[in-house]
Design a protein around this ligand. Structure first.
Ligand SMILES: NC(=O)c1ccc[n+]([C@@H]2O[C@H](COP(=O)([O-])OP(=O)(O)OC[C@H]3O[C@@H](n4cnc5c(N)ncnc54)[C@H](OP(=O)(O)O)[C@@H]3O)[C@@H](O)[C@H]2O)c1
Length: 209
């Protein structure tokens, strides 16, 4: 697939690493073009200026902070109907709380602000360190990503992309259910940093057959 990653930080660079490893044609863009070039050259991707970077990609991964997400996405000028993966968590400054929730979510707010794209919430419960290390946990176990979105073909495409990197995928319903996924990431951050379990953890769902 042809995929653009917006953001060259912890998550953006880990996505570039895993997506190129999975054989995708990856471009990366960010505010700092030298950093984008560095991330791209490290992983065999292509660095692009932000303006117009989204054009022609099957999937755009939005890997900026929530506060910058709408501006960054608009600057990349997404195509009409383009699939955009929102990985953001609307965190408070101390990372121990969420700035919005219950009646909306970061995903719904971004979708409202940029309504011509098909937004899928995913990967927000996966620490960057775990993404960079890869989702294979050994003994047949894999890291889970939860997907929430309103467009079935868009979710199928994001599912295929996630599985190509080795993730287990759980369909978490419509975009409104990002209201559940973002607090789940909050709990993951508490357990990882607050409770000291570290960044090698991730939530999943179990079922007794
Ligand atoms: N870190 C994690 O473990 C983790 C896990 C799950 C989800 N998330 C979510 O993933 C997102 C990224 O997290 P992160 O840890 O990767 O953050 P980060 O390291 O701070 O990276 C954010 C990136 O976004 C870029 N950026 C900011 N504004 C931009 C704009 N207008 N246009 C283009 N690029 C812009 C930044 O550029 P500069 O380098 O110029 O500042 C930086 O490269 C956040 O929303 C976070 O909540 C993070």
């Amino acid at each position: 697939m042809k995929i653009l990653v917006i953001g060259t930080g912890n998550m953006g660079s880990a996505f570039v690493q895993q997506l190129t490893r999975a054989g995708h044609k990856v471009s990366v863009t960010g505010r700092d073009s030298a950093k984008a070039a560095q991330v791209a050259s490290r992983h065999g991707a292509r660095a692009l200026p932000v303006q117009g970077a989204a054009s022609g990609n099957e999937i755009v991964i939005l890997a900026t902070g929530y506060a910058q997400a709408v501006d960054a996405l608009r600057a990349a000028t997404p195509d009409a109907g383009q699939i955009v993966v929102d990985i953001t968590n609307p965190l408070t400054a101390d990372y121990m709380g969420l700035t919005i929730g219950h009646t909306t979510s970061a995903a719904e707010e971004i979708a409202r602000a940029v309504p011509n794209v098909r937004l899928v919430k995913a990967f927000n419960t996966v620490f960057a360190q775990l993404l960079a290390a890869g989702p294979d946990l050994g003994a047949g176990r894999r890291v889970t990503t939860f997907l929430a979105g309103d467009d079935a073909p868009a979710k199928e495409a994001v599912t295929a992309m996630a599985r190509s990197m080795g993730f287990e995928v759980i369909d978490a319903g419509t975009l409104r259910n990002a209201r559940y996924l973002e607090p789940l990431a909050g709990l993951n951050i508490y357990l990882g940093y607050g409770a000291g379990l570290g960044t090698g953890i991730a939530p999943t769902w179990v079922r007794k057959d």
